[in-house]
Design a binder for this molecule. Structure first.
Ligand SMILES: Cc1cn([C@H]2C[C@H](O)[C@@H](COP(=O)(O)OP(=O)(O)OP(=O)(O)O)O2)c(=O)[nH]c1=O
Length: 195
């Protein structure tokens, strides 16, 4: 059996890869990633690649998958909230309007001496109902926002405030598994489920 590594500590990404029948191990990337651009698409691609490269550099594997998710609204990139006040600020920015969730994906594949890299960003538009101050405070008090980009989880309590999305739902949760699986098959001729 060839070795696939997910370079992410996110339980959501783990569940999504497992859901489509991929067997893998988790090795969380260490150190701080650095963004060198303020373009959200380029930023998430860069962050995902840094995570995948860090792990591929120290662990022997056939495939390493890195990912990073951010929320973008009016050109502002929002990662995870620093504290509850930051979470309140982020929810204020997205309530009652649309924003984008971007997940960058990086895959490093090694076949003998040949190394292939795949790096893309997937964007999903999310529409959020208007929220009252009480609703925002109660949502942040639930602690659900604290480990999530943009301070919300569409798969959790926050679903009560989502009126719709355009694009891949799994991308909002943290990994566009369909596109990931298909791109690896098309570009590297590798089936991640049977590798
Ligand atoms: C917008 C949104 C984000 N998220 C999550 C997905 C990611 O886990 C997290 C964004 O943080 P990331 O920094 O992308 O990932 P991570 O820190 O969880 O894991 P690692 O750095 O080890 O790869 O936000 C949701 O679960 N639901 C949502 O609706």
């Amino acid at each position: 059996m060839k070795k696939i590594i997910l370079a992410s500590g996110s339980p959501r990404r783990r569940e999504l890869l497992t859901q489509i029948g991929i067997s893998f191990e988790v090795v969380k990337a260490e150190g701080e990633e650095k963004i060198t651009t303020d373009d959200p698409e380029e930023a998430v691609k860069e962050l995902a690649m840094q995570k995948a490269q860090e792990v591929a550099g120290r662990v022997d594997a056939d495939v390493v998958i890195g990912a990073d998710t951010v929320v973008a609204v009016d050109g502002e990139i929002m990662g995870k909230p620093k504290d509850p006040e930051d979470a309140v600020r982020m929810i204020h920015r997205i309530q009652g309007r649309d924003h984008e969730v971007l997940t960058g994906v990086a895959v490093i594949l090694k076949k003998g001496e040949v190394e292939t890299t795949i790096n893309f960003a997937e964007t999903t538009r999310v529409h959020v109902f208007p929220m009252t101050e009480e609703e925002i405070q109660a949502y942040v008090a639930s602690k659900e926002p604290m480990d999530k980009a943009g301070a919300y989880g569409i798969q959790g309590l926050f679903a009560a405030y989502v009126s719709g999305i355009e694009g891949d739902y799994n991308n909002v949760v943290g990994l566009p598994v369909g596109r990931l699986y298909q791109e690896v098959k098309a570009i590297a001729d590798v089936d991640l489920r049977t590798l």
